[in-house]
Design a protein around this ligand. Sequence first.
Ligand code: BGC
Length: 313
Amino acid sequence: MSTIVSDRKSKSPAAMSKRMSSKLIRSLMPEQLPPAEMPSCEVRPVLKGQKALVTGASSGIGMGIATALCAAGADVMINFIGDEAAAKRVAEQATHCGCTHRGKAIVHRADVSDEAHVREMFTRMRDEFGTIDILVNNAGLQQDARLEDMTLAQWNKVVGVNLTGQFLCAREAVREFKRRGVRKEVSCAAGKIICVSSVHEVIPWAGHVNYAASKGGVMLMMKSIAQEVAPWRIRVNSICPGAVRTPINTSAWETPEAYNELMKLIPYKRIGEVDDIARAAVWLASDEADYVTGASIFIDGGMTLYPGFEAGG
Ligand code: BGC
C-alpha cells in the first residue's frame, strides 16, 4: 500500500525536474519524433483585483495554480494542512514572481474535510481580503490499495478530502458569491469555482477505487452545482489533469523505465508540468472564459484518447 499526499513536504517543480532533466527525457524519445518543448507564454493581469482561495496549495498543482493566479494579479490565500514552511515559501515565491501587477499572498492552515475548519477559512478570507471571487478546489490525495486490502479509513480519507472537501468549500464560496453579487470592476461573473478533478473522473483505475470514485463524484457534483448557480452568474468548471510531474505520482516518472511506461499512455509524449494546468486555471478564472460553465477540461496530452487503440481494435 502506498500513501501519497499531495500536500506533503515537497520539492519545487524546478528541483524535481532536475532529477530527470529534459535532456534525459529527449534521449528517451524515438529519434523521428520532435522533442517535447515547453511553451513560453506571456503573463497578463487578467485577474487584477480579484480575491482567490486555492486549497492544498503548498505543493504540486495547487502551488502552481496559486503562483499563476498571483502573477495574473489576484490576491491569493494559500491553504495547506501539514507543511506551513512550504506554504510560506509558495507565498513568498508567488509574490516575487517578477510581474509588476502581482497580487498578495497569505497562508492558512485548514483541513478541507472538516466543516468547522472550512467555515473559519472563509471567515478569514473575508477578514483579510473582504470577499472571494475565485475558489480553486485543489486539495486532494491518494491512498492506494487493492480493493480487498483497502481499509474503510483509506476510503473515507480520500473521499473526505477529494469530494466532501470540495463540496464544503464550494458551498461556502457560493454563499459569499450570492451575498455579494457581481463586482463589475473586477469581473462580469459573481464568482468562479474551479474543481481540480482528474482524468480518472472518466478513466477507471484499478488499485485506486477510492480515488477514482472521488473524482467521478467531483464530475457530477461540479456539473450539478454549475447548473444550480449559473443564473446567479457563478461559473463552475473542472480541470482534469493527466499525469503531471508532482509529488503525488513520483513513482510514475522518476526513473527512465517508469517514464517510458508512462509515455505509452500519453500520445503527446511528454509528462504534464504544473504550468500546463496553472495556465488553464488562470484562463478559466478570467472573463476570457465567461461563457464556460459546467465543463470538464482535460489537460492530459491525450491520455483520455484511449492510446491503447492507436494500433489496435
Ligand atoms: C493522479 C496521478 C496519476 C494521473 C494519471 C492523477 O489524477 O493523481 O497519480 O499519475 O492521474 O493517471
